[in-house]
Design a protein around this ligand. Sequence first.
Ligand SMILES: [Mg+2]
Length: 400
Amino acid sequence: MRPQIAWRSLGLLQRQSLRGPGQRAFQTAAKTRIPDFAFAFDIDGVLLRASKPLPGAADSLALLKEQGIPFILLTNGGGKHETARVAEISEKLNVPLDASHIVQSHSPFAELVKGPDEASALENKCVLVAGGDGDGCRRVAEQYGFRNVVTPGDIFMANPSIWPFSKNFSEYYKTFARPLPKPLDPTDPAKGLKIDAIFVFNDPRDWGLDTQVIMDILLSRQGLVGTLSEKNGQTNLPNHGYQQDGQPHLYFSNPDLFWAAAYPLPRIGQGGFREALEGVWAATTGGPSKGIELQKTVIGKPYQRTYEFAELQMLRNRSKVFGSIADQTPLQQVYMVGDNPESDIRGANSYRSPHGSSWKSILVRTGVYPGGEPAYVPTTIADNVQKGVHWALQNSNWSF
Ligand SMILES: [Mg+2]
């Protein structure tokens, strides 16, 4: 599969469905001001911290709801299905929300189930899903429509010698591991388990096992677990033969190196796992100093693809609420409110909207940003989300 083509085509599919049937016109739109702006909110460190509401968060969302101003939650978090995640947030902030209000880091993976064509579709292929508590991410992937999902825990329970140090966690893996769809057969791996795509959905809980299993598959022949490609290290081939033998593509969500948790200092995030894997990959293959890269696709903030996905969702929601009247007042401005200069602010600043909107970035002080000159300079800095929202409303001349 060629992932770049897949993503591009998916964008087209989404654009076609933007004005689909079944839209409900906004009955009172004629009497209502239609805002030409909208908001995208990060969650951790902006609306919640360690699952507790941050000051002004609930009031801010309630105000936007009351004023009919569209917003979306755009998070690099994940590990749960959108419906479950939004239900939790809705309860904590006491604001009614549904799954259309949230884009998580792994949400765009759902588009790969069908892909742009049958040959690229992963629906019936065998995919490895790493990260998250238990096999929660497997269940999310299944809800997206992937039918054949394997976790590193399944592989470990089928053959614990693949990473013997995880034997201490056997009781944990027993709670969710499933039999493999095909055996791990070292005598004839060609008939054994073959992985067709690797997804890191969320923060791995067992970095050692996940690193070993992903490395095994990346170095394998055609994704057959237990094989080793003879092309690895052949200098006459592109990338010195690495990932040139039909191995599955590697997808990461959430590139954040740090995130704001209950501990007073920022904690290593999912991006930390990717950096660690890149380090092991470089040490194993020779890495960038020898001209060898780890070929992969990374989605989540700050990447363009994720902002495009979020904006399409925002436009769909806007059409649903305002109907065709929304076209008379196109979306001009989006305010991204975030606590992480590296992802929220960088992404909003560099995003180029295919729909003509411009994005402003609001950095809040309630999360990972420690103060001082941020690595990526926002349009403005606010003490908390409420102050940020008020600044934006004033900037858009919206009286309330
Ligand atoms: Mg955050």
